[in-house]
Ligand binder design. Structure first.
Ligand code: PHE
Ligand code: ZN
Length: 844
């Protein structure tokens, strides 16, 4: 039985809640939850409450008992005729946190109680209108013998065995949180713009305090940044962050009590990489920024998820750009968007940033809702300018504080603040698919004419794709490398449109889509020497990187399909290495060749069938050739990019280490991995240790290193997750599935822990040629494990099904294996609604 929810069916809830009071008696196998909810009628209709997996002990309206038999499945409906205009609904239910392996609602992680309620977890705690447009202040009493008892809002009273919390800010149930455990705090404080003292705590398990400092520093930077960049101040006396080991996602923005996957809190030089540090800072920022974009202003319904997520991702991207290097951040974001969102948009799971139907909302926490949702805001900002954006955001906070809103409300504040008509722009929210932008050029008598065409292929359920507003930022570079036209934004609104530039002396090269001004793919005729000119001289860092990236992709595709090519790219690398030291981060980005997945995607987009083995072999061969051609320069840089002194997780150090590891990756292909071996032994930080280990695994010289790593870090779950991940990810494709199988048989493969499961299975699915092994072994192994996990944790299982979203682009043999594996999953008895929706869409 699958039920589809439609946006068009949304109706306002006929009641408001003036206060929600909850009373918890915590016990692992039998927690009692007593609730009292003060309702007031707002419109016509029955009282409808959601509940799932609850043992209902009693129900009452104004103290008059109701027959618990009124419960029908996961709904409780009390007819309007039985209700006064204002009343208190009360319930007592019993739940079993220990049996909760799905990690939705109240569950146990390492002996501590914690909750996860987004999107629809609260209904696993008690009867409630579990929808985001019903907001209420909460008063929560927790009784437990656990030493630390936390919930949302401000503490009212704390005594041994009992704590009371009050959250004055009306919130939907998905932002509720409760934590009870033997935790220790890393404390600090923050004084807001208007002088409010806020007590800050990062709560971790005893022994982990020395790894929580960076999370705290990141929190303080986030609070300051949101005041400076958006004028947004924090609004409670306390802000708590808790790290938990068992968590389906990255982190959760519960009001005043953020709950984090411990991998996004805990870091030290010995245990975390530069990438980990950057993510911790970014996600701490993300969850904190939700306090205004998500919590104070929330979503009317789950179709509007990108209202909070797209905006909050956009804000955390701005934050990271300001804290680190804006150019590097932009390039990283484009890389992830292409790798995850373009791939989603091109396959059976394509959906718009604001979908209009779903079966299971948990399947829509996607790259499209998050990352494309952020890109759409970036386009809006470019179109209305920085000041227009600021006015629109001020209006948004002013007008909608305390409300549950829609994308229409969001667009309206931009229209009202700037006077612009955004009717056509709105298609970015409602239409799926990545537009393909084609450019052809005419050059005559000093006039350059640019002819653009946009087209978007049909996506599931959306055959017609009318043209969108595409902001095209571009510049012109003269043949001598000088910029003859600085960045200009063209606004394309038609399917075909031409623009011209007059009075040019010599034919320039177009530096197109500067800053990646729109989430589109580009098709254009450009010669390799013109790309090399852009790579050498473009003033826009993104466009410069893109030129080099295109050269690399062309070379890699030539290697994969014709077995040769790459001379221009190799020459360009030579030029780049000469002044790599001036900008190590940029050089590192250019030296890290596009991944196999992206090569496959590009081949498929050109209408050919990608061959994973040929792609892998071609990429290895090109990397070897580059290493041989530039060995002295690479070796010199490898030495020069050491970072002596104590490790600091800042952008400068990270840039040097990324260049060092990019050189190491190439050199390891020709030096018998000798340097990697030496670095692994000598490394004083996890960035270099893991980097060296990955080279050793790729070279097949990993036995000693893996053993010593496992011995050194056996007691650290997060570090051992890395150990489980890098092996299937970096092993040669013909050995990776067997390696994954061996690892899965180990007693410390604690597969019910989502981090551990994702490390091993996700490591394999990210090894392109291994996952897509011609004999189907990668698909088979993956599905075996998805079938095992589904009854335990449907959310994580369903999310990992997206590994299969590209299956139809491969050859008939691989397709047959993939289909068989997916059919096996689809036929599993009692398959969860989450996984069932994913498999059905993927197979459609
Ligand atoms: N709302 C969280 C975020 O993006 C993500 C999340 C969704 C976490 C669902 C848990 C469950 O910040
Ligand atoms: Zn978010």
């Amino acid at each position: 039985m699958t039920v589809t929810q439609y946006l068009a069916d949304w109706r306002p809830y006929p009641f408001e809640i003036t206060e929600t009071r909850l009373d918890f008696d915590l016990a692992p196998r039998a927690t009692r939850v007593r609730s009292q909810i003060d309702f007031r009628r707002k419109g016509a209709g029955d009282l409808v409450l959601d509940g799932a997996g609850l043992k209902t002990l009693s129900l009452a309206i104004d103290g008059r008992p109701l027959d618990p038999a009124q419960v029908a499945g996961e709904r409780l409906v009390i007819p309007a005729a039985d209700l006064p205009d204002a009343f208190t609904f009360s319930a007592e239910v019993e739940i079993d946190p220990e049996a909760n392996t799905a990690l939705e609602g109240l569950y146990l992680s390492g002996g501590m109680f914690c909750t996860q309620c987004e999107a629809e977890g609260f209904r696993h705690i008690t009867w409630y209108p579990d929808r985001p447009d019903v907001m209420a202040p909460f008063r929560v009493t927790i009784r437990s013998d656990q030493p630390v008892l936390l919930s949302n809002g401000n503490p009212v009273s704390q005594a041994p065995g009992q704590a009371v919390w009050h959250d004055p800010w009306p919130k939907p149930a998905y932002l509720f949180a409760l934590v009870a455990g033997a935790l220790v705090a890393v404390p600090d404080s923050f004084t807001t713009l208007s002088g409010r003292e806020v007590a800050l705590n990062v709560w971790v398990r005893p022994g982990d305090q020395d790894r929580a400092g960076y999370a705290m520093e990141s929190l303080i930077r986030s609070m300051k940044w949101d005041e400076e960049a958006y004028g947004r101040e924090y609004d409670l006396d306390v802000f708590n962050i808790v790290a938990v080991d068992d968590f389906n996602m990255g982190a959760m923005e519960n009001k005043g009590l953020n709950i984090f996957n411990s991998k996004l809190v805990l870091a030290s030089a010995e245990t975390a990489t530069d990438g980990d540090y950057e993510r911790i800072e970014g996600v701490i920022g993300h969850e904190y920024f939700h306090n205004w974009t998500g919590n104070r202003i929330t979503c009317r319904d789950w179709f509007q998820l990108c209202l909070k997520e797209g905006l909050t991702v956009f804000r955390d991207q701005q934050f990271t750009s300001d804290m680190r290097s804006a150019a590097v951040k932009r390039i990283h974001d484009v890389q992830t968007l292409r790798a995850r969102q373009f791939r989603e948009d091109a396959g059976p799971l394509a959906h718009p940033p604001r979908p209009d139907h779903y079966q299971e909302i948990n399947n829509f926490y996607t790259a499209t809702v998050y990352e494309k949702g952020a890109e759409v805001i970036g386009m809006l900002k470019r179109l209305v300018g920085d000041q227009g954006y600021r006015r629109a955001l001020d209006l948004y906070f002013d007008r909608h504080d305390g409300q549950a809103c829609t994308i229409e409300d969001w667009i309206k504040v931009f229209e009202d603040a700037t006077g612009r008509d955004l009717t056509q722009f709105k298609r970015w929210y409602t239409d799926a698919g990545t537009p393909r932008l084609t450019l052809s050029e005419d050059w005559q008598n000093g006039r350059l004419t640019l002819n653009f065409r946009q087209e978007t292929a049909p996506t599931p359920g959306q055959p017609e794709k009318p043209p969108r507003v595409v902001p095209i930022a571009l510049g012109l570079i003269g043949p001598n490398g000088d910029e003859v036209l600085p960045t200009t934004v063209l606004e394309m609104t038609e399917a075909e449109q031409s623009f011209h530039f007059d009075g040019l002396g010599a034919r320039p090269v177009v530096s197109l889509l500067r800053g990646f001004s729109a989430p589109v793919t580009v098709a254009r005729e450009i010669a390799a020497d013109e790309q090399a000119l852009l790579l050498a001289h473009d003033t826009d860092p993104y466009a410069r990187w893109q030129a080099g990236h295109d050269l690399a992709l062309d070379a890699l595709i030539a290697r994969a399909t014709a077995g040769e090519g790459g001379a221009e790219f190799s020459r360009a690398i030579g030029g780049l290495l000469d002044d790599a030291e001036a900008d190590p981060a940029f050089a590192a980005l250019c030296l890290s060749l596009p991944g196999e997945e992206e090569i496959a995607t590009t081949i498929a987009a050109r209408g050919q069938i990608p061959d994973p083995d040929a792609i892998h072999a071609g990429r290895e061969a090109l990397a070897r050739d580059i290493a041989r051609a530039h060995e002295p320069a690479l070796a010199r840089l490898y030495e020069a990019m050491q970072t002596p002194g104590p490790y600091r997780p800042d952008a400068e150090g990270a840039a040097r280490r990324s260049l060092r590891l990019a050189c190491l990756g190439l050199l390891s292909r020709i030096d018998g991995a000798a340097r990697a071996e030496a670095l692994f032994a000598a490394a004083s930080n996890m960035t270099e240790r893991q980097g060296a280990l990955e080279c050793l695994i790729a070279a097949g010289k990993d036995e000693k290193a893996l053993a010593s790593f496992a011995q050194q870090f056996a007691g650290n779950r997060l570090v051992m997750d890395k150990w489980f991940m890098v092996q299937p990810l970096r092993a040669a494709p013909d050995r990776a599935v067997a390696r994954a199988r061996d690892l899965a048989a180990r007693p410390d493969f604690d597969w019910k822990n989502p981090n551990r499961f994702r490390a091993l299975i996700g490591g394999l699915t990210a090894n392109h040629a291994a996952f897509h092994a011609a004999d189907g072994s990668g698909y088979g192994f993956t599905v075996d494990w998805l079938m095992r996990l589904d009854p335990v944790n449907p959310q994580t299982t369903a999310r990992m099904c997206s590994a299969f979203e590209t299956w139809t682009r491969y050859d008939a043999g691989r397709q047959a294996h993939a289909r068989a594996a997916l059919n096996r999953l689809a036929a599993m008895p009692d398959l969860s609604r989450n996984t069932s929706e994913m498999v059905t869409r993927i197979l459609a």
